[in-house]
Design a protein around this ligand. Structure first.
Ligand code: MD6
Ligand code: FE
Length: 206
């Protein structure tokens, strides 16, 4: 076992109304979450999707659960053939949501993003979920990345926060439609994930 965290207790950092960073919340679950991610990717390999504008995304994606992301324009597709959202993932997401003040969150889907060096996520809103009254729980694994968190309009100023291995962001409520993104990933090697950053986002999509 690697001692990534030197037994630092988790702490919370408010990000915006309804949004909070749970620093190191996943510290005891990172190995199990990573194993789950590998298991999902063995059954549903990572792919680089093409955006509605015709650009191939630098981030590779997979996922599990009832709904899989298809593209910005098509939104979610309910799939009969899919990798199940495991009890471990479900319970993890619910405990993070509860810690952030959303005790009734029942996700049905988990999207998994893989960032290699220079991969980025341009500013976007997550608005394809059927009900926006549910929060999103986001877990970062591996290399650190700069997370951009803006307002309800694309041109709003963005806060820049570093998300590190084991950090969790939960947001809903007034912030649910805030624009956000990830700056190009700096190259590095992480003891668990090697040259990658992974991000798991749990949602109630359907
Ligand atoms: C990422 N995250 O952290 C990208 N979306 O790699 C997201 O796009 C995201 O972290 C909705 C809610 C939480 C997120
Ligand atoms: Fe997003």
């Amino acid at each position: 076992m690697f001692d990534f965290f030197q037994d630092e207790a988790p702490w919370q950092e408010p990000l915006a109304a309804g949004a909070v960073i749970l620093r190191r919340f996943a510290q005891y679950d990172v190995d199990a979450l990573y194993r789950e991610l590998i298991r999902v990717a063995e059954q549903a390999p990572f792919v680089h999707r093409v955006t509605p504008g015709g650009f191939t995304m630098s981030v590779a994606m997979t996922g599990c659960g009832a709904a899989q992301w298809v593209s910005g324009r098509e939104g979610y597709l309910s799939q009969s053939q899919h990798v199940a959202l495991s009890p471990l993932l479900l319970h993890f997401a619910q405990s993070a949501a509860t810690a952030a003040g959303y005790p009734h969150f029942i996700p049905d889907s988990c999207l998994i993003n893989r960032y290699a060096p220079d991969s980025k996520m341009t500013l976007h809103q997550d608005k394809n979920e059927r009900s926006l009254s549910h929060p999103i729980v986001s877990v970062s694994l591996g290399l650190p990345a700069v997370f951009l968190f803006g307002g309800l309009s694309r041109s709003d100023k963005t806060a820049k926060v570093l998300l590190e291995h084991g950090d969790v962001v939960v947001w809903g409520g007034a912030s649910r439609l805030c624009f956000h993104g990830i700056s190009p990933l700096k190259p590095g090697i992480h003891p668990l994930t090697g040259p990658y950053r992974f991000n798991l986002t749990f949602r109630k999509a359907l």
